[in-house]
Design a protein around this ligand. Structure first.
Ligand code: ADP
Ligand code: MG
Length: 436
């Protein structure tokens, strides 16, 4: 019944509103004339209650259900996970995640080409490259960009037939069509779209008949001037077990890779998520330095950055107090450890020496002339900041110095970062190099 009600609402609110706000809602209960729904976030829940209560109640009423109030709180499963958990869910295809839009996509050096190409496709109209092939490691934003294209195309032209699905879903549907002997309508369906977006195409490696069908679909669309967008976790030529003629066709458009996020982009994404959280709860406060610390430490996938912010937000919900840097290991322990790249003190010394044209022996020596002492202090500072080593451990590494020497060095550099722009720049540059 709820699905019926939903489709009724869709006619009233339009496809975009529907996809963003109504579609993700799940039915919870109906008690005492109160219709309780689950939304992906509290924010969406509040928005729905404020803006769509009347419409929802009207349609509920039309379906013969008596309700006078709508409540809606977080708890619904995300509409579309990038990696479909079960093929059953893939069947209710078209699930675009309302969060994955261009608006919420933070652009940085590592993804600007991919973003620009995706935007171009999202504008609709003829595009000079076809297909667009996006590739890059897990959690770098491929699915996000593809769905953003779909959202934008739909928004510009609701009549545009955009189909987004994972290669796994493609295969699932194909196999089902074979089983039900409905391959004709399968082919028709896929060949009648204006834009086809297929996510995680590496999945079809080794699956001969799916590959074959995919290849035909792909060719039919491209030959008819329909745009195709494909993503994979590696480049076309690195996908093994896919026929050569297919990979070379995949290569024939624009191939762009997404790189791991650098420090600035990580900072940007964290800030963006932080703002979003604060929109939901203006009292949510992270102490100075928390975001910078996280951007420095978490250098695996963007997905981890997001879970970190979500975790902090939930934690804050419990304690309702500003969260400080010292608390992060406690709150985030596992997440921090997971993305710990084992940066060694030797690497740090090496980079610092390169930067200031010194020799490694200068790091461990006792020379006090500033041209040597300052860089050494910088290296100690970076060692403290970027590794989990203690002051005494760092001291030992630097030619057996006392832990107070290290402590002093760290304080000194922290102080100078405030007052000496050149040094502050050096520190930033070095940190970035060490973390990339
Ligand atoms: P992939 O498909 O490449 O594995 P996703 O697109 O699923 O990665 O991205 C993982 C998570 O990180 C998603 O929640 C996505 O919204 C987020 N994300 C990735 N890149 C960005 C970005 N540039 N700006 C904002 N969020 C991003
Ligand atoms: Mg993905």
């Amino acid at each position: 019944t709820w699905d019926l009600v939903k489709s009724g609402i869709e006619r009233d609110v339009g496809a975009n509103n529907f996809a963003t706000w109504i579609k993700p809602l799940q039915f919870r209960s109906l008690d005492d004339r109160t219709l309780s729904l689950a939304s992906p976030t509290d924010f969406i829940g509040r928005w729905v209650v404020q803006n769509f209560s009347d419409i929802i109640l009207r349609h509920v009423d039309a379906a013969g259900i008596r309700a006078s109030r709508v409540i809606c709180t977080a708890g619904a499963a995300p509409v579309a996970e990038s990696a479909p958990a079960s093929p059953v869910r893939s069947r209710t295809e078209d699930g675009l995640d309302p969060r994955f839009t261009f608006d919420s996509f933070v652009v940085g050096k590592s993804n600007e080409l991919a973003h620009a190409a995706a935007r171009r496709v999202g504008e609709g109209g003829p595009v000079s490259f076809n297909p667009l092939f996006l590739h890059g490691g897990v959690g770098l934003g491929k699915t996000h960009l593809m769905q953003a294209i779909a959202w934008q195309l739909r928004e510009r032209d609701p009549g545009c037939r955009v189909l987004f699905l994972s290669a796994e879903q493609f295969m699932y549907r194909f196999v089902q069509a074979l089983r039900e002997q409905s391959t004709m309508s399968f082919k028709e369906m896929f060949r009648s779209v204006d834009v086809l977006l297929v996510d995680d195409v590496q999945f079809i490696a080794g699956k001969e008949s799916t590959q074959e069908e995919f290849f035909h679909t792909f060719n039919a669309l491209v030959d008819n001037g329909k745009q195709v967008v494909i993503s994979a976790d590696r480049s076309p030529s690195d996908i093994s077990d896919v026929q050569e003629r297919i990979t070379s066709r995949l290569h024939s458009g624009l191939v762009v890779d997404l790189h791991p996020a650098d420090y600035e982009l990580r900072l940007g994404i964290l800030m963006h998520r932080y703002e979003q959280c604060r929109e939901e709860a203006p009292d949510f406060i992270l102490a100075d330095g928390v975001i910078e610390f996280l951007a420095g430490r978490i250098n695996t996938s963007i997905r981890v950055l997001e879970s970190v912010m979500t975790r902090l937000f939930h934690y804050w919900g419990l304690v309702r107090r500003e969260i400080r840097v010292e608390q992060l290991p406690d709150v985030l322990g596992d997440l921090l450890r997971a993305s710990e790249r084992k940066l060694t003190i030797d690497e740090i010394m090496k980079k610092v020496c390169d930067h200031y044209s010194l020799r490694m022996s200068d790091m461990t020596s006792a020379r006090r002339s500033r041209s040597v002492a300052r860089p050494r202090q910088m290296a100690m500072y970076l060692a403290k900041k970027l590794t989990p080593r203690s002051y005494p451990e760092i001291g030992r590494k630097f030619g057996g110095k006392d832990h107070t020497t290290v402590l002093y060095a760290v304080r000194k550099i922290e102080e100078l970062i405030q007052s000496d722009p050149q040094l502050a720049e050096d520190a930033q540059l070095l940190q970035r190099r060490l973390e990339s």
